[in-house]
Design a protein around this ligand. Sequence first.
Ligand code: SF4
Length: 316
Amino acid sequence: MELEEALDKVEREGYESVGLQGPAGLKGEMLEIAEELEDRGVEPLLLAEATFGGCDLADHKVEELGGEALVHLGHSPFYLGSGEVSGDNIDVLHVPYRLDRDFVPVLEEEADRIEEEKLGVLTTAQHTENVDEVMEWLNENGFDAVRGGKGSRVRNEGQVLGCDAGAALSIKDEVDAFLYVGSGKFHPEQIARHGKTYVLDPVQNNLEELEALSQDEYLQQQYARVLKHKDTENWGVIATIKEQQPGTVVDYVKDKLEEHGKNVHVFVGDRIMESDFKGFDIDIFVNTACPRMVDDFEDFTLVNPEALNVLDEVRD
Ligand code: SF4
């Protein structure tokens, strides 16, 4: 949904109080939108905490404050394992905030760096509208471009999330390399685990191959963390109250660790900050919240649930 559409809907529905939530990069825009809401006679409830993804909705908080809807900026709807879209207790209006960029000049300048012919084109919510022109240019200039499929947590073709590379996996066997349209490393790192990945970056105005761990290297890194603690008695499990995050594996993790003779303590939180886990005398935690947090801890070891499989291999 575009911003104007969302604001019109707020007005049409006669909402008097509406939450406004966005990622760190859109804080300036949030204030402008808040003023627009006020001009339309709607009270904005500004969420100062940045949102990390479509999984991270403030719908419950806004409802508790008496808000009737939430305008969520920067992300598209996030689908739960059940196939339901997250955030259904109040009206959630997703405004991905598409960035209109012209990628053709960068392609003209830099596409000769691409060695492969058959390319799988992928992006995030911000650039889904640009994928057509990128593919058209590629197909007119000697490449064979294929759009990514649909992931399990998003419904736009070719769109990836930091926790959902399904769009890439769906075309992995058809292409020689991936071309990610967008900036930053967070999303393309996830793609690059599954094959050679180029990043067509509208902020840096360049096109480069991304160096990142393969899926196998990533798993080996996780296994090594677990093996270092295979004789550690006390383990923590981190669960999130964000129903939208993939946190349904707590029981599996707890059972698995207990099967291996560990004392397990489950911690529940909203924002997961490493400093909150100090003082418990636990050195290793299994993360069942956002899987991309796994490299965020510095003083404690953090692993994702799949890393526990290695415990079965070293069972006494
Ligand atoms: S779970 Fe993590 S990677 Fe997935 S959408 Fe949420 S913040 Fe992004």
